[in-house]
Ligand binder design. Structure first.
Ligand code: SF4
Length: 151
């Protein structure tokens, strides 16, 4: 069922008294209930305007549909087809000038909280996802890495 609320589900924050005494993140992230409620705001638009605003073309409607169904592992798999850094992108990407700027829900009310949902999926996967190291087979090619940053 579509959630027609005009505003995004609010992100819980540390209160001022606490955050003045620590260096933890101020934004605490969605719970799974909050994420599913927000994901239900997505209309799964056929022409996918949000995807065209994403520099790496994450399949946004499909990963959000998985979140709405509570299938967070599949949501992570969908994101991972295009991006290996969803925990970072979900926090620091300027979604307001990229994917969320193009979101149809933003024409009347706030856009779908795509960044918050991406962050939620990445954090959920870090807690619950596979801990197996990917198996990579030798293909016979050699590479050299030149330069490795400061130091
Ligand atoms: S534009 Fe907004 S409502 Fe449409 S599919 Fe993308 S996130 Fe969902």
């Amino acid at each position: 069922m579509i959630n027609m609320a005009l505003e995004k589900v609010k992100m819980p924050l540390q209160d001022g008294a606490s955050r003045s005494k620590n260096f933890d993140e101020v934004a605490l992230g969605y719970t799974k209930e909050m994420a599913m409620e927000e994901a239900m705001r997505c209309l799964n638009c056929a022409n996918r305007p949000c995807v065209s605003g994403c520099p790496v073309k994450v399949n946004i409607p499909d990963f959000i549909a998985c979140v709405a169904q509570g299938d967070f592992a599949k949501a992570y798999a969908v994101i991972h087809e295009s991006s290996s850094l969803p925990a970072v992108c979900g926090r620091v990407c300027p979604q307001e000038t990229q994917c969320e700027q193009n979101c149809i829900r933003g024409r009347k009310g706030e856009p779908v909280a795509i960044g918050r949902l991406e962050r939620f999926v990445a954090d959920w996967y870090r807690e619950h996802g596979s801990k197996q190291t990917p198996q990579i087979s030798d293909n016979g090619h050699k590479v050299a890495v030149v330069g490795s940053g400061p130091d």
